[in-house]
Design a binder for this molecule. Structure first.
Ligand code: GDP
Ligand code: MG
Length: 174
């Protein structure tokens, strides 16, 4: 077949501030974890090439900053995305509650509803720190009919799997 250049996919990592969006991207793209918190610059993206189900795929992974005042900027980033990794923090219940709001924003603002995968980050934390258990994550994901992964950017748990699931879903509808 002609024209077998890489497929370009735009992925955006969304979720409240401090849930670990930047850390998840750094883990997936650069294979590292830095425990320092750095404020994310709007519109920053990383590139990753993957060979997926025999296709060359170039992922453009956009990081976002979750502050309220950045909502307009974020909207312009996600509205033409192919896939969204929607992240919450297992240690903060409100970040799970906000998932429904994020889904609503996507429905309202996207040109076409992107594929979404839900990720509960920081699952490495001991149970005493956890405000959300796996069942609650699964239940919410079920409600929105999206996959759910418990992940840890810190301990490198399921981060790759969550991105792969997202890419798989995006590619399977193209
Ligand atoms: P963002 O605001 O969503 O981009 O969040 P960051 O990636 O900056 O992470 C916020 C804080 O959570 C930082 O102090 C990170 O070191 C920490 N963090 C991120 N991912 C994990 C994780 O998987 N486990 C733990 N225990 N801490 C994490
Ligand atoms: Mg960040």
């Amino acid at each position: 077949m002609a024209n077998r250049g890489p497929i370009h996919l735009k992925l955006v990592v969304l979720g409240d501030q401090y849930v670990g969006k930047t850390s998840v991207i750094e883990r997936y793209v650069y294979g590292k974890f830095d425990s320092c918190y750095t404020v994310t610059l709007a519109g920053h993206f990383s590139t990753k090439f993957v060979n997926f189900e025999d296709r060359d795929v170039k992922l453009l992974i956009f990081d976002t900053a979750g502050q309220e005042d950045a909502r307009t900027v974020i909207r312009s980033l996600y509205r033409d995305a192919h896939g969204i990794l929607l992240v919450f923090d297992c240690a903060r219940r409100d970040t799970l509650d906000h998932v429904t709001e994020w889904m609503e924003l996507l429905k309202q603002n996207c040109f076409a509803m992107p594929e979404v995968v839900l990720a509960g980050n920081k699952c490495d934390l001991p149970n005493t720190f956890k405000a959300v258990n796996r069942l609650q994550g699964e239940e919410l994901a079920g409600l929105h009919q999206i996959p759910f992964f418990e992940i840890s950017a810190k301990h490198d748990l399921n981060v790759k799997e969550a991105f792969q699931s997202l890419v798989h879903r995006v590619l399977s509808i193209r």
